[in-house]
Design a protein around this ligand. Structure first.
Ligand code: MRU
Length: 360
């Protein structure tokens, strides 16, 4: 059997007629590859977390929009754009919090807008190339995040992570787990503690699965055990991913992340957010302005149990994400370097480096 590390999280098939994803709702028990053709299938795959993690969602949506463009039958630019925007809005409605989704879709739309004079087949080809570029750039960004992240830890360190911000959430390497995978490639060894990450268990099902496959010394803990593990002195740093960073450094990630940050502060452990610049939303000034997705109650009461685990009719609150206050974050690791407080200034500098890099 292939290692999970050898599978692509998200890609196009050879004929470029369907989006191919590793169905993450079946992991770790079954490796199921899905071929999605319709917009409805792609929307559902994103909504139901068959493909998940901010960068992977962005890549899936970009390929999804390309597939939509292939089916648009319009003969003129205005009608083509109208249908493209309808498809874009539809895909964008699948999940509200990860900014990578709208970032990738906006990038695709801009590509079509910047080439108004082109024929419809030419526009389709440009969209194809843009979607592939979004994926390829993601691999490069993750590797660079990994390089910067590696400067923060030492061989043998204990790292605690929450949710899955690994290869399964991106095209390769991941964000929070990139330093660990990269370190493995170089013969380094880390001890990684994975919070199980209630309610959808991305830590238990996905992070442990990919780290273990990569030969990393991995220990699964329930979310409420993080304090004990930190108190034992086993954690040198916390590495988490992110779905949206506001311009003041507030970072929105999987529910439970802010609690981990509060614990880390208590125990004096550095807490790092690792995310590409596509996850930083400079149009939002603070975390309170980020829309937090709320998900159905059955994910808490029934989903992982053979029998219902709460009384019928009980009220359930199921926010998928929370916001970690910037004051709790030691640093934000991007592909253009590490940003430290005050984030209003340092994040601007990161974007300046990005702009300079694109001009060169
Ligand atoms: O609901 P999910 O599984 O999509 O949530 C994923 C996370 O919270 C990740 O930490 C985040 O998207 C970063 S992935 C590199």
């Amino acid at each position: 059997m292939n290692s999970i590390m050898q599978y692509e999280t998200v890609s196009l098939n050879d004929e470029e007629s369907s989006l191919v994803i590793l169905n993450q709702t079946k992991l770790p028990n079954e490796i199921e590859i899905l071929h999605l053709k319709t917009q409805n299938e792609i929307w559902n795959a994103i909504y139901s977390l068959q493909v998940r993690g901010a960068p992977a969602i962005g890549i899936a949506a970009a390929f999804g929009l390309y597939l939509a463009a292939k089916k648009i039958e319009a003969n003129d630019y205005a009608s083509f754009m109208r249908e493209l925007r309808d498809a874009k809005d539809y895909l964008n409605s699948s999940r509200p919090t990860a900014v990578n989704l709208s970032w990738a879709l906006n990038r695709m739309e801009r590509t079509a807008m910047n080439h108004k004079g082109k024929s419809i087949p030419e526009l389709r080809e440009l969209l194809r190339r843009e979607a592939i570029a979004i994926k390829d750039e993601d691999t490069d960004m993750c590797r660079r995040i990994g390089e910067h992240g590696l400067t923060l830890i030492h061989d043998g360190d204990g790292i605690l992570t929450h949710c899955n911000a690994g290869q399964l959430a991106t095209s390769k390497y991941g964000t929070a787990l990139a330093p660990i995978h990269l370190g493995r490639e170089r013969g380094m060894n880390f001890h990684v503690f994975c919070d199980e990450t209630r309610p959808l268990l991305q830590g238990a099902r996905l992070s442990t699965f990919e780290l273990y496959a990569d030969g990393v010394d991995t220990t699964l803990i329930c979310d409420n055990m993080a304090s004990q593990v930190m108190k034992n002195g086993w954690v040198n740093a916390v590495f988490v991913g992110c779905d949206r960073v506001a311009s003041n450094g507030d970072a929105c990630n999987k529910i439970g992340t802010s609690g981990v940050a509060i614990l880390a502060k208590h125990y004096g452990i550095p807490f790092y957010v690792l995310a590409p610049t596509s996850t930083i939303d400079m149009s939002i000034s603070r975390g309170e302005d980020i829309v937090i997705e709320e998900r159905p109650s059955y994910e808490i009461t029934e989903m992982w149990y053979s029998r219902r685990m709460a009384p019928e009719g009980i009220k359930v609150y199921n926010p998928a994400f929370d916001v970690t206050d910037h004051e709790l974050i030691t640093g934000i690791v991007t592909e253009f370097g590490i940003s430290y407080p005050p984030y209003e200034e340092s994040l601007k500098k990161i974007f300046e480096s990005k702009q300079n890099n694109q001009q060169n």
